[in-house]
Structure formats: structure tokens, C-alpha cells
Ligand binder design. Structure first.
Ligand code: NI
Ligand code: MN
Length: 228
């Protein structure tokens, strides 16, 4: 069994049934949704969708302490390698790589590209999501920060569990997230990127009602886990 833990806001941990420890978009210290610190997490791989502060806030300390390999766009990977000496595995939109734990494909996301880290000028990039294929029944799509896009239709039949942002303002809102579920047809939907701040406050029960006929909705609380 793989174990997916929601740290809060946009940060997830995924432990595969082979024991690999993945952290996605580490944002802890200034994350109002969690008390977990970078010292609490272990990681073999850190996956980064894009450079905004609420996704990379603790990337550098976590990478330094764990020695984890950074899986990110070429530009973010280059920054972490050149500026911080981290082991990296650069990828880009549409491309996948076989890792010891499974296959990771970088998916398109409609969002901003700024890298909010010191000395990152020149490392411009585009944002992404990840399709993490751990095997049959364990295909996890983490959309990252994105608006609804037609590209999501390409994921139909390829996703068992989909984590989708629903906070509106900076990403899809609940209504477009329902359309994303219609496009992708996952078995399980996990909403994230909402309620962390007043600007992205949402009525989660309304979203659950709207999507429950389409997929099994798992509303994860910070610190909560899901096995699949
Ligand atoms: Ni963002
Ligand atoms: Mn964000």
C-alpha cells in the first residue's frame, strides 16, 4: 500500500509501497495549515510543481537536510543544482522518467512562473503538475496550481486519484474543479489549495455535494493520511 499524507495547503507526502518517500511542494514554516516543520519530514525525492512561495518555502532547508533528489522543471532543477548543490532530476512538460518507485510525468498547468527563492533571477520557468504512476490502481495526479485546461482531457482513464486545487482566485475554483473531474474521470478526488487564507476560502461541503456523483471525494485534514 502507498500512503498519501496531506501536510496542508499544497504540501503532500507520499510513501510508496516500496518505501520511497516523496514530498511534494514543501511549504511548512509559514504555512498556517500545519505545525509540521522541515525537521519533521524525511524525503528521498522532493517534487516541485512551480516556484511560488507557498510551494517552495521550505525547499532549500528540506533538500539540504535530507539530500533528497529534486524532481522539477529544468529551470528549478538547475537553480537547486547550481545554487545549492542538490542532486536533481530535471524534467519538462509532457516528459516522463522511470524512477525506482514508479514513472513520473510532468503535466501542463496554467499558472505563473516566478521562482520565489534568493538569487533565482534568470531561472524562469513554467509551472507544472505531476502524474505519478506507482502501478495499477496507484496512479496519482497532483495538478499543482492551475486553472482548468483542455489538456486535462488527455488524462482521462490514466488517473486513479486526483488532487485538484479548488481555492479560486489563483487556481481553479470549485466549479471548474468539477469540470476537471468530468474530464479526468478519476476514482478518488482530493481537494487542496483552499481555506489556508481568507482569499481562498471555500465551502467544502458544496464542492463535495457537486462532485460526489462523479467520484469518491476525500476531504483530507492537515496531517491526515489515505492508503491506496
Ligand atoms: Ni502558485
Ligand atoms: Mn499556490
Amino acid at each position: 500500500m502507498a500512503t498519501l499524507t496531506f501536510v496542508g495547503h499544497s504540501t503532500f507526502m507520499l510513501q510508496t509501497d516500496h518505501g520511497a518517500r516523496l514530498v511534494i511542494d514543501p511549504f511548512l514554516t509559514e504555512n498556517p495549515a500545519t505545525d509540521i516543520t522541515p525537521e519533521d519530514l524525511e524525503a528521498d525525492f522532493i517534487l516541485v510543481t512551480h516556484g511560488h512561495h507557498d510551494h517552495v518555502g521550505d525547499l532549500i532547508p528540506l533538500a539540504r537536510r535530507t539530500g533528497a533528489t529534486i524532481i522539477a522543471s529544468y529551470e528549478i532543477a538547475s537553480y537547486m543544482e547550481q545554487k545549492h548543490g542538490c542532486p536533481v532530476s530535471p524534467q519538462h512538460i509532457g516528459g516522463g522518467v522511470n524512477y525506482p518507485f514508479g514513472y513520473v510525468k510532468m503535466t501542463a498547468a496554467l499558472h505563473g512562473g516566478k521562482l520565489d527563492l534568493p538569487g533565482a533571477e534568470g531561472f524562469t520557468t513554467v509551472p507544472a503538475g505531476f502524474l505519478i504512476d506507482l502501478g495499477e490502481g496507484q496512479r496519482f495526479y497532483y495538478a499543482g496550481d492551475t486553472g482548468l485546461s483542455m489538456e486535462m482531457q488527455l488524462l482521462k482513464g490514466k488517473v486513479d486519484i486526483a488532487a485538484l486545487p479548488i481555492g479560486d482566485r489563483f487556481t481553479m475554483g470549485p466549479g471548474d474543479a468539477v469540470t476537471a473531474v468530468e474530464f479526468i474521470e478519476p476514482s478518488v478526488v482530493i481537494p487542496f489549495h483552499y481555506d489556508t487564507w481568507p482569499e481562498i476560502k471555500q465551502d467544502i461541503s458544496a464542492f463535495v455535494d457537486a462532485v460526489s456523483g462523479l467520484a469518491n471525494v476525500q476531504v483530507m485534514q492537515p496531517g491526515g493520511s489515505l492508503e491506496f
